[in-house]
Write a protein that binds this ligand. Structure first.
Ligand code: UP6
Length: 261
């Protein structure tokens, strides 16, 4: 998987969102995902206006936004079209299928209406994927399943990871890829490895987050897309920093597919 180009992998994807993402990555030459963990709609839109052209994917946590409203949804969708990125709502669903279906389609956020893809824990079992599969109303939607986490002391075991990858194989139309930390976690080149815990400056935070450099996540850990939050969002110039991460990540990807590692 790691040595195949993103163009080629777009052809191998069975989920439409994965296909689209591979195409955007290849076209824009960026495998950077920005995690916009900000609490106001104005700040999020302002940041995306600056960094949107440098990313393939924007990861949101809508439940941290103080002034979420339907106009924000319209505006972020317009930005995603204009600057050509997809939106991943990092909801990390983890309940029985029926509840997750209600959470996905209803409430204040109506995530299913606007998010191209969402993150989901495999913990509750397959019902969670059945629920989402049945809730997409024929629109192309995707799921990133959590197979591993970046945080210190997390309770995910190798058996859990393996079972997660096996579960995903039953839903080729729905699964975009995995949130994971290792290149051996899965093999299918049509799926995307999304890896958070990436920063150039520090090795962690005070609450258990563990960071690796772009080189380490792309070349050693097998990430296809790297998720950067505070490394960009908290920088003096997020725009400049987004370009720094974009270039560093892309250089590593090129090295990886050239086979000269
Ligand atoms: N995230 C992780 N680790 C995981 C899964 N998800 O950090 O295993 C998410 C966090 C946060 C982002 O919820 O939104 O990725 C990382 O942000 P940071 O770069 O500011 O640490």
């Amino acid at each position: 998987r790691a040595s195949i180009s993103f163009e080629k992998r777009a052809e191998l994807a069975t989920n439409q969102v994965a296909k689209q993402l591979f195409e955007i990555i290849a076209l824009k030459k960026t495998n950077l995902c920005i995690s916009v963990d900000l609490t106001s709609t104005a700040k999020i839109l302002d940041l995306l206006e600056k960094v949107g052209e440098h990313v393939c994917l924007v990861k949101t946590h809508v439940d941290i936004i103080e002034d979420f409203n339907s106009d924000f949804v319209i505006q972020i969708k317009q930005l995603s079209k204009r600057l050509n990125f997809l939106i991943l709502e990092d909801r990390k669903y983890a309940d029985i299928g029926n509840t997750v279906s209600l959470q996905y389609l209803n409430g204040l956020y109506k995530i299913g209406e606007w998010a191209d893809c969402v993150t989901v824990h495999s913990l509750p079992g397959e019902g969670i994927l059945k629920a989402l599969n049945g809730s997409t109303n024929g629109v192309s939607r995707g799921v990133f399943l959590l197979a591993e986490m970046s945080s210190e002391g997390n309770l995910i075991t190798p058996d859990y990871t393996k079972a997660t990858v096996e579960m995903a194989a039953k839903y080729p139309d729905l699964i975009t890829g995995f949130v994971c930390q290792n290149k051996d976690t899965f093999k299918d080149p049509g799926l995307i490895q999304l890896t958070p815990g990436v920063q150039l400056e520090t090795s962690g935070d005070s609450l258990g987050q563990i960071y690796n450099t772009p080189e380490k996540v792309i070349l050693d850990k097998g990430a296809d897309i790297a998720v950067v939050g505070r490394g960009i969002v908290a920088a003096k110039s997020p725009e400049t920093q987004a370009v720094v991460y974009k270039n560093a990540l892309w250089k590593c990807y090129q090295k990886r597919i050239s086979g000269k590692m």
